[in-house]
Each structure stands twice: as C-alpha cells, then as structure tokens.
Design a protein around this ligand. Structure first.
Ligand code: MTE
Ligand code: HPA
Ligand code: MOS
Length: 775
C-alpha cells in the first residue's frame, strides 16, 4: 500500500565542513566572553596578593596599606573562608589562600576587592608579610635528590628488561630534558561571581570544568552544590590550563561576592596569570634502550622525573598518561617505565594539551633517533621496523591490545605524498655544498590513546529541546574553548533529527542544566557529549516517528528524517509541521541524553588494563633550515597526515591539527620557562616568553586527514582530534637535530634538549663540532 520511501541521496550534516558556530561572531568581535558580559550595577573588581617567597612560613600579613589604598572595599584572607580553604582537584593540598606557609613565588595570600580593576591591582602589591624563609627546591632534580614528591612513584614493568638489555648487541643510553609550557590562552583566567537570593551564587567562569568549579565554590563558601551555578558560554582558549586551575579564581571571586553580597569580577592580568597558574610539566629522563643489529628495540627503560610544582593537582594522571605513551607507535616487549612527581617550590603544574602523552612519547623518539644514527640508517626505517604489528607485536606495555592500528598505511601514504625519500637525497646534497646553512628532515609518527585515564570521568549528559516551531536548543556538558565542540554537537543533533544546522543552537554550558559533568578534556569532549546529545535527540526522534507512524498506520521503523522532512507512508512532511502536530497531541518534545564509554578498565597498582577507547594515529614530515652561526632556524615545509576517523567536520579538524602542530612546535623550540635564583618565574609575559606567531608557521604547510573509520563505536565513527596532533611537531624537533647532526657528518648524537631555542641549538652544534674534531 505504501510506496517505498525515497531517501535523499547524500543528505548529511555530519561529515561536512561547516564553519565554527561562532566564527562570524569571533570575526565581528560580538562573541561574548566572560569579561564582555554587561556588568551588573554595583559590580566590584578583585585582584590577588601574591607571595614574594618560594618557601617561607609567616604568622602575619600586614594589610593596613592595602586597606588604605584608593578604592579598596575589602580584603579577604584564609581566615575569611567560611568553608574549606582548598581548591585542589584530587588531593587536598591546594589552599585558595596560603595559610601560614607559602610554597612558591606567586602563591595567592589574599584577595583585595576595589571599585576598579586597576585600584585592586595597585592595592594588592602593598601588603607586608613577615616571612621566615625556608629552604626551597627550585628544580625537579633537586627535589628528586631529596626524595621530595607530591605522590608515590609509579612504575610499569613488563617482561624482563634487565636480562634483555644485558643480552642486546647495542645500547642507546642517555639523558634528556624537556621544558614545560605556558598554556597562553588568549583570554586569561576570569570569574564573575553574582550573589543570588537565599545564599545562592552564580559564577560566570572561563573554565573547562564547570561542575568542578561548582563543587569547589560550594566547599569554599560552606554551601551545598545546589546553591551554586556555574556558567561558561565559551573560553578564549583553555588548553588544559582551565581544567582544574580556574578553581582558584572562581573561589576567590565567589567568596568575595558572598561576603560583600555584591557582584565581584576577578580577571587575571597576564603576568599574574602566568605567575600564579601551573603549566605543562617539564620532564627529565634517563633512558636505556637495547636493540639488535637491524635496529629493533628489545628492551627499554625510561625513568621520568616530572616537575609537579608545590601540589599534586593533576600530576598523577599526567604521569600515568606519560607512562602509557612512552611506547608511542612502537611495540616494546620488555620495559621498565617509571615516573616520579617532584615537589618543587614553583607553580603547581597541570593539564596541557596532550596531558603527559607528548612528554612520554618524546623519550622513545629520542632514543630511536640515536639508534638510526648509530646504525647509519634512515630513522624512518628504524621507526617502521619498530611499529606495532600483527599478533605478538600488538599489545601495549600496559596490556591493551591494538585492534585499530593504521600506522603502517598512514606512514606509507605520508612517505609517498611528502616525497620524503627524494627530499632526503636533496637535503644531503644541499648540506654537502652549504657549509653554514644546514637542512634537516624528519618524519615522526603518533599513536595517542583516547579516554580519560580516570575511568569514571568517561561520561556525559545532554539536554535537547525541540520547540513547537521546529527549532532546536541543545545543552550539553562540554565547554567551548575554540575547538568547535558546539558545532560538532549541533551537527550530530541536526543529523539525528534530519534538519539543517541552521535550526539548531547550542547554549552556554551550565551546571543547572547538566549535572556532574566531566572536564572538557582528554580530547573526549565531542566523543562523549556528541553521544549524549545523539541519545537525547534520538529519543525525541523516536517519539516523533511513533506519532507520525500512528497517523498513517505504518510501523514507526519506516519513518525517515532527512533534509528537513519527515518521510512517512510515501508522504514528505515538513519537520516543523510534524513537530507542531505532535505538540498538540501532547508528545514530549524534549529529552535528556546520557553516555558512558563502554569497555574501559584500569588497575592503577599494576598499571595495566584497557584505559583507552581507541587510538588516534598520525604522522608528520618537517624540513628545516638551520643557521649554524646563530642557531636561528626556519621551518621550510611541514606535511601532516592525521587520522580523525570519519571526521565529523573536516574543516574544524584540519584547524585543530594545524593549531596543535604550531603549539607543539612552540613547546619544543621557542617557549622557554625560566625561574631566577629566588624562584621567581622571569618569563611571565609575551615580552620574555616566545610563543609561535604567524611568521613562524611554515609557508608550505600541507595538512590532510587520513581516510579511515573508527573501529570503535564512537560518534559517527569519528576520532578525537584535540590533543594528539600536538605530537606531530616532534618532526620539527628531530629535523633540527638532524640538521645539527649533519655538522658532525651524522656520526655524533647532538645533545639537543627541548626547547631547542637558538641558544640550545648553538650549544648542541658546538658539542657536535668538539666531539667530531676529537674523533
Ligand atoms: N583548541 C582550541 N582552539 N582551544 C583550546 O583551548 N584545547 C585543546 C584541544 N583543542 C583547545 C583546543 C585541549 S587541551 C583539549 S583536551 C581539547 O581541545 C578539548 O576539546 P575536545 O575534547 O572537544 O576536542
Ligand atoms: N586528560 C585530561 N584530564 C584528565 C585525564 C586525561 O587523560 N585524566 C584525568 N583527568
Ligand atoms: Mo586537555 S590537556 O585534556 O584540557
């Protein structure tokens, strides 16, 4: 009786390169960030008073001059905290305000609230503190030597490293140090706290983790979570720096607002932001790798010392991820991998794009680079030889079996498309005839595990409202930091309901809408919240299908939603018309949705299990030109190939790969954190801390997505893209090392550490020249 339904052939909202939902607003300057929200009448402004000592006890803070300063309304210290003086995410070793003990230069002692931002900042500097100076550990090495740690050590062993290493015909051993990195989000930390009736508090906060902010604010104020609402429409970047460390700012603003019963805004000045907040962990490594005559690794030991800073923050999960990424794309049969989190009198280091993964993987790449040089082989051949492979060579040191390995095909494609082999010959020819300018070339792979390595965080919720006019409002637990999560979630909902993206809108992340959310982190934002939103949208669609099918007496399974139409019983009805009719028939047109990633488990004691839902893969080739007289260098060309599975939005994913590549390049080359002998961070502004700019981007930058489909049942078989491409610029670092190594005829391993600043490059060149001369 019913004609078969004609499905529109190629209709799809997912998989399309839609612009970022706020792209036009960004360009017009009309996208509202926390500081752009029109201030309420009576709003006050806050600033933090910071410790001038790296480690000292104190009994008293003399605040007389602060209180007397122009425009000051109030000052609050640890003594004024009604609830708990703590904003630590896991352990409770992070006071909001130092209480009798300061542990780094820049640690907040008090908050001063004034009529203007400038008056608050001026007053904050006027406190007198009677410090009794204590000995400080300013480097991870010094803390490690004193066995001063924020957490117990971690170790993952498989097989018999000792025996395999001893029996190996060749050994690559050495040390490496890799610097930290400032997140340098363009919008600094900010919280705007607005008291509401009956003790409630609304906090507009630039944060990746609204639920955690809610939790911390409630604790600090001595309230229940239901008193506190945290909202975030968007961040001007987070990069991990607003996963836990937005808490201090939220807490300080909220406690001021609660005490004064007036709205209080706390916006960090850039220098304060850099002095107060933690960064990517710098790592010191000791490595020992045994390998055979072909370059195949038979044993690997990597000991890592992380600079945790004064408190634990997220250092535990960061160290865990580092250990779980030492293997990168390589099968390591017999390993001894360990990490300690050194307690230093510096900022408490925290999440930063990659979350320890980049630091873990860099160590094995460094060793492989040396294996290739020792054997006189191209590093690509050694990398390939060691890639994960078929059964027997497909299980990670922590016991997860790879069922989605595409590294061979991906690297083969990149090898071809980048003309790596031909360019290697050309680079050698160039170097033979160029005594001072030297070229370098490198290709490096990436394998990155996707999921929070803390199991319970792998869950998400969403709320989808379909209004009577057929328009759709979506709310989910993820936060927008520029990465495009809202655009992707909108696409998922549009796809599910068969409507155009223009009819879907995402609203600010809000703890009063979705409860108990995880941080938008671990690259899982779109994976988790996309699935939750799909679940919600699907429930509404199913109800609409049942309703429409009932009208025509056909099975609900025959109803289709596509192209803004509902196809039923040979009829094509406008989506909005079906919605309007369903409303009159009292069909529920909104739904919640939930998702919890299946199949994950992890045993922290043995460091084994199945911590990742799947792996994302990638590879990049970089070619650099190094001036051996000045250490200056230029990235001539970069080719990157990234596995985003069936990409939800190729344009956004390519943007993520490009951004992560340049950000990772900055970490490994120009971005250098320096502390002076008193423990003060001296690189606390863009004048002294060099992030990449547009002129550092390669003129020839070829970024492609690898054709693939997630083996795992991820959202539309896509793969995460936020963090893994940060490892692609390993190729830049090793291209620089290659160029430096050419100075010694590729016989000496350049002792190049990261960041490979011009100074570091010159030192490495000198070391190679000295060693080459001595041979
Ligand atoms: N992209 C932009 N533009 N800004 C950011 O702050 N953060 C990165 C990445 N890409 C970031 C970004 C980090 S650290 C993570 S974990 C992911 O985005 C988080 O978003 P997702 O899980 O939705 O990809
Ligand atoms: N990434 C980011 N944040 C986290 C993680 C992770 O893997 N695990 C716990 N918090
Ligand atoms: Mo990203 S470091 O997991 O916020």
């Amino acid at each position: 009786m019913n004609a078969p339904i004609e499905l529109p052939g190629v209709w799809a909202e997912v998989g399309q390169s839609h612009p970022h939902e706020s792209a036009i607003l960004h360009v017009l300057g009309s996208a509202t960030y926390a500081d752009d929200v029109t201030e309420l009448h009576g709003t006050l402004h806050a600033a933090l008073g910071l410790s001038q000592q790296a480690h000292a006890s104190f009994t008293q803070i003399d605040l007389a001059a602060v209180r007397a300063s122009a425009g000051v309304v109030a000052v609050f210290t640890a003594a004024d905290i009604a609830g708990v003086n703590d904003c630590g995410p896991i352990l409770h070793d992070d006071p909001v305000f130092a209480d009798g003990l300061v542990q780094y230069v820049g640690q907040p002692l008090f908050v001063v609230v004034a009529d203007t931002h400038d008056n608050a900042r001026r007053a904050a500097r006027l406190a007198q503190v009677d410090y009794t100076v204590l000995p400080a550990h300013l480097t991870a090495a010094s803390a490690h030597a004193a066995k001063s740690y924020v957490l117990p050590p971690m170790r993952l062993q498989r097989g018999d490293f000792q025996r395999k290493f001893a029996a190996a015909p060749h050994h690559a051993t050495g040390t490496l140090s890799v610097g930290g990195q400032e997140q340098f989000y363009l919008e600094g930390q900010i919280a705007y706290a607005i008291p509401k009736e009956n003790r409630a508090m609304l906090v507009l906060c630039s944060t990746q983790h609204p639920s955690e902010m809610q939790h911390v604010v409630a604790h600090v104020l001595g309230l229940q979570s239901h008193h506190v609402t945290v909202e975030c429409r968007r961040m001007g970047g987070g990069f991990g720096g607003k996963e836990s460390q937005s808490a201090l700012w939220a807490a300080a603003a909220a406690l001021s607002a609660a005490a004064l019963q007036r709205p209080v805004k706390l916006r960090a000045d850039r220098d304060d932001d850099m002095l107060v907040t933690g960064k990517r962990h710098c790592f010191d490594y000791d490595y020992a790798v045994g390998y055979d005559d072909d370059g195949r690794i038979v044993a690997a030991k990597v000991e890592m010392v992380l600079r945790a800073g004064y408190s634990a923050d997220l250092s535990g999960p960061v160290a865990t991820r580092a250990i779980c990424h030492v293997d990168n794309a390589y099968y390591l049969s017999d390993v001894d991998l360990s990490a300690v989190c050194a307690k230093t009198n510096t900022q408490s280091n925290t999440a930063f794009r990659g979350f320890g993964g980049p630091q873990g993987a860099l160590a094995i790449e460094y060793a492989i680079d040396e294996i290739a040089r020792t054997l006189g082989r191209d590093a690509l051949d050694i990398r390939r030889l060691n890639f994960y492979g078929d059964s027997g060579r497909d299980t990670t040191p922590y016991g997860q079996q790879l069922d989605d390995n595409v590294i061979h095909a991906l690297v083969a494609e990149l090898d071809d498309s980048s003309q790596y082999r031909q360019r290697r010959v050309a680079v050698n020819a160039f170097n033979a005839s160029s005594p001072l300018l030297k070229k370098g070339l490198a290709i490096t792979p990436v394998k990155f595990g996707i999921a929070f390595n803390v199991n319970h965080l792998n869950q998400a919720g969403a709320l989808v409202h379909v209004y009577v006019d057929g328009s759709v409002l979506v709310n989910h637990g993820g936060t927008e930091m520029g990465q495009g999560i809202h655009t992707k979630v909108m696409q998922v909902v549009a796809q599910e309901l068969g409507i155009a993206l223009a009819h879907v809108r995402v609203t600010a992340t809000d703890t009063s809408k979705i409860a108990n959310t995880s941080a938008t982190a671990a690259s899982t934002g779109a994976d988790l919240n996309g699935k939750a939103a799909q679940d919600a949208a699907r429930q509404i669609r199913d109800r609409l299908a049942t309703f429409a099918a009932g009208q025509y007496g056909v099975p609900a399974s025959e109803v289709r939603f596509a192209d803004g139409r509902v196809l039923v019983a040979g009829q094509s009805l406008a989506f909005a018309d079906v919605v309007a009719k369903a409303y009159l028939a009292r069909v529920q047109l909104w739904s919640d949705g939930f998702y919890a990633t299946p199949g994950l488990h992890w045993d922290a004691a043995s460091m084994t299990g199945h911590p990742f839902s799947y792996y994302a893969y990638g590879a990049a080739v970089s070619e650099v030109l190094v001036d051996t007289l000045t250490g200056e260098w230029k990235l001539l060309r970069a080719d990157a190939l990234y596995d985003a599975g069936q990409s939800l939005n190729p344009a956004i994913d390519i943007g993520q790969v490009e951004g992560a590549f340049i950000q990772g390049m900055g970490w490994l080359t120009t971005e250098e954190l320096c502390w002076n002998k008193d423990g003060k961070l001296t690189t606390h502004a863009p004048s002294t801390y060099k992030i990449p700019t547009v002129s550092d981007c390669p003129e020839d930058f070829r970024v492609k997505l690898f054709t693939n489909r997630n083996v795992s049942d991820s959202i539309h078989r896509s793969k995460a893209v936020g963090e893994p491409p940060l490892l692609l610029p390993f190729s830049v670092f090793f291209a620089i090392r290659d160029a430096v190594s050419s100075v010694g005829g590729h016989r000496i391993h350049p002792p190049l550490h990261a960041p490979a600043t011009s100074e570091e490059i010159l030192n490495a060149i000198e070391a190679v020249q000295l060693a080459a001369g001595a041979v």
